[in-house]
Structure formats: C-alpha cells, structure tokens
Design a protein around this ligand. Sequence first.
Ligand code: PMP
Ligand code: GLN
Length: 466
Amino acid sequence: MLQRGAYGSVNFAANRSLFAVSAFAARANCFLSSRKKPLKIQQKTMSSRFIPSKRYDGVDRNVWIEFTTLAAECKAVNLGQGFPDFSPPEHIKQALADVAAVDSVATYQYTRGVGHPRLVKTMSKLFSPLFGIEIDALKDILITIGGYGALYASISAFIEHEDEVIIVEPFFDCYEPMVKIAGGIPKFIPLKPKSKESAGTSAGWTLDRDELEKMFNKNTKAIIINTPNNPLGKVYSREELELIAEMCIKYDCLCISDEVYEWLLFEDNKHVRIASLPGMWDRTLTIGSAGKTFSVTGWKLGWAIGPSQLIKHLQTVWQNSVYTCPTPLQEAVARGFETEMSRMGTDESYFKILPEQLQAKRDRMVQVLKDFGLKPIIPQGGYFLIADISSLNVDLSDSKDSGDAWDYRLVKWLTRNKKLATIPTTAFYCKEHRHLTEKYIRFCFCKEDETIEKMEKILKEWSKSM
Ligand code: PMP
Ligand code: GLN
C-alpha cells in the first residue's frame, strides 16, 4: 500500500500480490512470463502527491483478498470464500446462452440505468406478495453490481459525517469500511448466546433488548442487519425483527437489511422481511443478490428494494458512479426469475432444491467437524457455519509477533500446513469485540460433496498424527 507522506517514487511491487488473486491471474502471469521479447517498459515511478484520499485510511486490508490469495497460492481445499463450486441451475445457464445468441442491439448495448425493464418488472411481480406491498418496478428497485453495490449505494446515499450506524455482529465485513468512508461512525452490538446450552445453534444467539436500546440515540441514522447471517447462519425470528423495528420507529432510523441469503433456509425456519413489518416499508432498504439466488456469484448482480422516496437517492448515487449493470446478465436473471415463478412451490423450484442440498452439506460438514473434535454452531440458513476451535493445539509461536488475531494466524497455518482454507471470524467483528470470537473459524459448505470429503480426509489424516 502507498504510504501517506511517502517521498519521491513508490515501488509497485508491494501491490503486485493483489493481482495474483485467482487462477485467472495465475494464468495471466504465466502468459506474461512466457513472452519471448522483453517489453521496453517505462520506469515505474509515481509522484508523492498521489496520496490516497483520507477517507480510505485504515480500510486497506481485506479478508477476501488476503485469504483467497493464500488459498490459491497454497492450492488448498477451499472452504473459505463463499461461492458454490457446483454448477448453477440449467435454466439460468441456458437463459444467458439464449441472450448471448440473439444478435440484437437491445442486449448488446446499455439498458435502463437503474434497472433493466424486464428484470425490475419481473422482480416487482415476484417480490410484491413477499413484502406485502405493491412494489413499483420503476421506482422501488435499483439494480446494482452485486449486493455490494446495493450496500454501497444505500450507505453513501444516506450516511453523513458523524451519523451513527448500528451494526449487528457478526457482520459482513464491508459494512464497517463503507460506513467509515461515508464519514459515519459505526457502533457495534454483538449477538450473544443466551446460555452455554443455547450456544450450539445460531438460533441461540440473540440481541439483548436493553443493550440494543442503549445503542440508539438522536445521532443514530441507521441500523444494518443481515438475515440469514454471514457467518453465523442466524435467521432472525419475527419477534427479534419486531424488536429492531420498534427501535427503528422510536428513534426514526433507517434499516438496511441485507437479505442476500433470503432463499437459503433450513428445517422449518422462515425468512421474515423486516420491510414487511408494520411501519417498516418506508424506512427499510432490502439488499438482495442474484449471485446467491442462482449460485452465480461471478455474475455480480444485486439490488436494493425499498420505497421510491429512499430508492431515488440510491439511484442518484448509481447514475453518478456506475450508471448501469450489464444488460445480458440482467436479461438472463429476469428470465431466471420468470422460470422460478412458474415453478414456485413445486419440486422443480431451485428455491426448494438448493436449500435442501445445502442442508445435507451442512449436516455432513457438521458431522466431520464433530468427529474431529470441534464444536460447530448449527446454522439455520445461508452458506456458512462457524466452529469453536479452541480445542486445537497448534503451535503458532512463529506468527506471535505478526499483530494478527489468533484466528487469523490459525487460519493461515491451516491453509499453509494442512492445505485447508477457511476464514477467520474476527473479520466479522470490530476490533474491540474480537476477543469474543477469536477461537472460532468460518467454514463454507456450499461446496461439492467431494470438496467436503477432501476436508474430511485432511482432518482424519491430521487426527492420526495427533
Ligand atoms: N452481503 C452478504 C451478507 C454477503 O455474504 C455478500 C457476499 N456475497 C454480499 C452481501 C455481497 O453480495 P454480492 O456477491 O452479490 O456482491
Ligand atoms: N460473501 C462471500 C463470503 O462471505 C464472498 C465475499 C467476497 O469474496 N468479497 O465469503
């Protein structure tokens, strides 16, 4: 990273590792290094005036870049980054193939800036009954680059200098930097197990009413929640959401509700949309992701749904930053939703098939971890589980002085020495609360059965040598 106040030229070598993130990058590097004639390249120097904006101070480290790079470098079995390593449903692949096959200006070129008409119309039909309100296709939806884009548009549209934003922990890591970049002050409140007995399932991790109420004051602008939660897998009950809604209404706050795993619920857990609770539509921005909905995280298409008086400000952010999302992807996702609407409630519905598959994968992974002697917390939904790994007796003295939390050091050790990539859970907590979670790591179970078997093999081998 560039140093503020660095003099003269800055070497780019330190940044190179950022580009080696994926297998694609590895192949690109290989291609470059096999070039016969060396290029005559310019001296790489940079003026010392090109210092990054202060807004970005302290947010340069990123858990996904760090651990995805490490997993690729170590060729580890990847239970880290949350993406399915299995194929998406046939119909969504076919939809994109069909769109690509049509020789038409309509799909080659820009579409409507704030959302492709066919997609927003289909979404308004699908989501209106789920939110219990008539969603205006043109005014109440913004289509973005992934859930990230919708979070970014929501936070930058409304958070002002010194606005307080309550973030429930564990939280998807980007909320904190996004709030800080906007000038806001994040305030963190952790979900906690009610008792030792209830700590074993994500349902047992809750918010304390008094603690929550103490977080709110006249400077509170918004609260950010995530259900089903990444990384805990918690699915908020109606009563829990009613409590949050009560606070939002009492303190006149916005609610940013990240629901990217909305279809991924296990057992009889139900997804309750906080925007559908009385008094909440007008103050809630609901975030979604086609990546999670159709197992195509690389398509990076997402959305925010909310009342037009809020969404219009997100649209302002969007039209002045990204402007529009890729037309073919929006068209394909629209067709995907249309297919799913025609299959809703049947055994063919992907929204039924995927959670069933994931539940079986979750159970398999839970068993493997338990057999190894770890204590996984059973998630009610989503892609992930966290497991208590305090019983692991690993010598981390080598990395003692790195300044990293224990889980960061352990995950690096596991990736390098056992070729098993996971994610440290302190990435989902603020600095002050990291002690609460240092002895947990996150495992992703939206993986092929063979990937989970590989994990099992690694842990069994390790057991033998203990
Ligand atoms: N929110 C949560 C809780 C996530 O786990 C993710 C990561 N996929 C996102 C938002 C971002 O979603 P997308 O990949 O669609 O940008
Ligand atoms: N949401 C995914 C996860 O939690 C990936 C996020 C990312 O790679 N930026 O693993």
